[in-house]
Design a protein around this ligand. Sequence first.
Ligand SMILES: C[S@@+](CC[C@H](N)C(=O)[O-])C[C@H]1O[C@@H](n2cnc3c(N)ncnc32)[C@H](O)[C@@H]1O
Length: 312
Amino acid sequence: MPYKHITVFPDQAVEYLNPMPGKVYVDCTMGGCGHSKRILKLISPGGTFIGIDQDLDAIDNARKGLDYHDCNIHLIHDNFVNLSDILCELHISSVDGILLDLGLSLNQLKNSKRGFSFNIDEPLDMRFNINTKVTAEDVVNKEDKKSLARIFRQFGEERFAVQIANNIVRYRKEKPVLTTKQLVEIVYESVPARIIYKQKIHPATRIFMALRIFVNKELEMLDKFMKNAAGLLNSKGRICVISFHSLEDRIVKHSFKEFAKECVCPPDFPRCICNKKKSYHVLSKKAIRPQKSEIEANPMARSAILRVAEKI
Ligand SMILES: C[S@@+](CC[C@H](N)C(=O)[O-])C[C@H]1O[C@@H](n2cnc3c(N)ncnc32)[C@H](O)[C@@H]1O
């Protein structure tokens, strides 16, 4: 089956990244390779491209689709949180640009058979990387009531988190929750009909998103990555991050802000003792949102936010 994805910020993100021939760029989330292909075109001849994805389907897709004989291409099946080790193994000390396009691809949603979509009846898996241990089925069947409610509230901002958690625990006393269809049925039983009727989104949207974020430790990985990213960039190197969730965006925004600060000593100190140096110049003063025309063509882009910083 052909790999499915519609790239968000296809041109804008790459323009901000500003890839140049002969330089070194990392696409940390290749997915359907929409950004990767654009980057490769611009760094040819002689550039180095490192493409990462923790989903093997994305790596297979990149192997088939990325072909630039006059560039060095490294395709790596790993979590971007390991970028520092990945570069070490490639004997690359620092890079000229890093791109992250977070979340899941349309391919994962529609073709992966891993239960990312509430519209298709599939096993509850939701792992981006099938070599990791914990699946959504484990979470739904093993976490206690309190923990389930916390996951739904914290990562999904779900209003009916407690009711849904209670109903999951009641249901699984009879039989395990193994499929997306079972989970959707439990959500329908937990949310009042008048709310379901009024809501613009499917009542299971937030629950599926929360489980996916928890299973893949998405916020934890992003936070760790952002703490190290500045150290991996060359001077004038850029980092572009596309996020789809307010919690992701908050991590990116705060990290850029922290690294753009000169001194963090208390204001009443007579002189600086922290010796903190400013690492980033933030190029996106405000969150960059997709244009209306992009959202019309690709509704998945509606919640996308792009932020960009440049290493000093
Ligand atoms: C939105 S898609 C990227 C789409 C891509 N930019 C394009 O133009 O086709 C996100 C991809 O990032 C991958 N991903 C998410 N978190 C990751 C992580 N921590 N490490 C590596 N890959 C990750 C997912 O497996 C998915 O393939």
